[in-house]
Design a protein around this ligand. Structure first.
Ligand code: IDC
Length: 321
């Protein structure tokens, strides 16, 4: 072979290798790796910790227009790898089976973008998860059947149990039923279980976690202007006891979703979450006139949102998460 040919061959091989690596990379970007729970961490197939960082929709009954690919892409560009789709469970809060198709749209948009997506059964005014159990079963049968094997989908089975509800008597038995139901279809997807007192009492759950099940994590929520050191203590205790926790909802204002921002407390929260490599999903994708809305009230866009369209809380969050 002539020297010229060897050089040509080497160039072709190099180009092929570059193309292959690039193709591999785009492939990886399009398909987030499957997750599992290992000890108190969310990890990928190679046991590397994955920090879920993202944004939650508002109730999709009220703000359906933000459930679209261009909107989610805007947040991806600002660092999000996760979308949470909040489906309120109570009739008084917009429950409507016709909205299943919105969840499907949201899952597709997130999947096309290579993002993780949490399907959230958003109990709130119905404080006890058992209140709407029948509807929950119908909901998770539909979605677990549909997304079994789709590794970027996570199920959150009861947003925030509250009121006269205990872990042992109400939430744990509900969770065991839902896990059994979801596992009929989806054997591996991560299931996130809400915890007592608006998903705050992870310390209580850490003493009595669900057993003999894999890929179970627990929800922990905070609003920095209301929840401070005493709540961080609960998270620290749960973490020490080995409970896998994901912050599926937080903001830096008060627990009403409105009021003042507390940046000092917010910084303390972020420091702790980063230390523990705990995932965090910010409430909420809307331009509602409330502090927790991530988009400015004056911005009417529902896609191609940029940093300058964000509210004060939105700007702080994407700059500090
Ligand atoms: C709030 C919304 C608000 C809405 C209210 C009732 O921000 O616009 O009117 O719900 O549906 C939660 C809940 C979440 C709340 C949020 C702020 O999970 O649904 O959203 N919050 O109050 N837990 C703690 C705070």
């Amino acid at each position: 072979m002539k020297k010229k040919h060897i050089v040509l061959l080497a160039c072709a091989a190099a180009l092929f290798a570059i193309g292959f690596a690039w193709g591999g990379k785009t492939c990886l970007a399009a398909k987030p790796s499957a997750l599992k729970v290992k000890e108190n961490k969310i990890v990928n197939a190679s046991d590397k910790t994955v920090v879920l960082k993202g944004v939650s929709t508002h109730g999709i009954a009220w703000y359906p227009d933000y459930v679209n690919k261009q909107c989610f892409k805007s947040f991806k560009k600002m660092g999000a790898n996760t979308i949470r789709l909040a489906f309120y469970s109570d009739d008084s809060a917009g429950y409507d089976k016709a909205l299943y198709s919105k969840v499907d749209e949201g899952v597709k948009a997130a999947t096309d973008l290579g993002m993780y997506v949490i399907i959230d059964w958003h109990i709130l005014s119905d404080g006890n998860p058992n209140t709407n159990e029948k509807k929950a079963k119908e909901f998770f049968t539909y979605f677990a059947k549909k997304y079994a094997g789709q590794t970027n989908v996570l199920y959150e089975i009861c947003n925030e149990p509250n009121g006269d509800v205990t872990w042992e008597r109400d939430i744990k038995p509900y969770a065991e039923k839902m896990i059994k139901l979801i596992r009929k279809y989806d054997k591996d997807g991560i299931i996130i279980v809400g915890t007592p007192t608006w998903s705050q009492d992870v310390d209580v759950v850490a003493d009595d976690p669900i057993e003999k099940q894999k890929n179970i994590a627990y929800a922990f929520h905070f609003y920095a202007a209301t929840h401070k050191e005493p709540l961080r203590e609960k998270l620290k205790k749960a973490n020490e006891k080995g409970l896998p926790v994901i912050v599926t909802e937080f903001s830096i204002c008060d627990a009403s979703g409105n009021g003042n921002i507390d940046k000092k407390e917010a910084k303390k929260w972020m420091k702790l979450l980063k230390k523990y490599k705990i995932g965090r999903v910010a409430w909420n994708i809307s331009n509602k006139n409330e502090t927790s809305a991530l988009i400015k009230a004056s911005c009417k866009k529902t896609e191609k949102i940029s940093k300058k369209n964000l509210s004060k809380s939105g700007k702080w969050i994407v700059g500090n998460w």
